[in-house]
Design a protein around this ligand. Structure first.
Ligand SMILES: CC(C)(COP(=O)(O)OP(=O)(O)OC[C@H]1O[C@@H](n2cnc3c(N)ncnc32)[C@H](O)[C@@H]1OP(=O)(O)O)[C@@H](O)C(=O)NCCC(=O)NCCS
Length: 169
């Protein structure tokens, strides 16, 4: 599975803009979200997964799969976290629909995921990111993730990945 961030104080404390705060909600994953999540993944992550994967991963850690929705409850972003290694959470997929980026949704999703990791007493969080994905790498770096490994040919199109990690704190 390829994917595939306490932010720096400034990121965590930054007020969300009015658009993000007034028109979006955060909730847990529902099976009915799959038809909306699949195209977000295809566009944002350039990967295609079996649609059955989402419910099965959600079943392993329901509180780790967070979905941001518009006022009609349509998913516009999500963070799928998994718990596969003792004491560790992993951000398996994280994407916001391109029309809704840069408005704080990613920050809301990541802050909520960090809170879930603390509730679950996890110590460390890992993730993978394309080496070319400067936007995401900057986002994660703000959240005190750092590169811990280079994953050669990690993505299905052959691109290398970075593994990044941070303590939950
Ligand atoms: C990475 C990703 C999920 C971030 O989602 P997002 O909703 O755009 O995230 P935010 O809006 O919280 O933050 C993005 C930027 O907007 C800025 N921003 C956030 N809230 C803001 C606000 N209220 N006002 C102004 N700017 C704001 C942030 O400072 C951040 O700037 P940066 O580019 O310097 O990091 C999104 O870019 C994405 O889906 N990318 C494609 C998929 C991807 O790369 N996923 C990760 C791969 S592992």
């Amino acid at each position: 599975m390829r994917c595939i961030a306490e932010p720096a104080a400034a990121a965590q404390d930054r007020p969300l803009d009015l658009v993000a705060r007034s028109s979006t909600s955060l909730r847990g994953f529902r099976v009915s979200d799959v038809p909306y999540i699949v195209p977000i993944v295809a566009d944002a992550l350039r990967e295609h997964y079996d649609p059955d994967l989402y419910p099965s991963l959600s079943a392993t850690w329901p509180d780790g799969f967070l979905v941001a929705t518009d006022p009609s409850d349509v998913p516009i972003g999500f963070l799928l976290g998994v718990h596969q290694v003792e004491g560790e959470g992993r951000v398996l997929m994280f994407a916001v629909d391109r029309e809704h980026r840069g408005r704080g949704l990613g920050t809301v999703l990541m802050n909520a995921f960090l809170a879930e990791c603390r509730t679950k007493h996890l110590r460390r969080i890992t993730l993978e990111v394309r080496v070319s994905n400067a936007t995401a790498i900057r986002f994660y770096t703000r959240y005190r993730f750092s590169v811990v490994d280079m994953l050669r040919g990690y993505y299905s199109d052959g691109e290398n990945g970075y593994q990044m990690a941070r303590d939950v704190g």
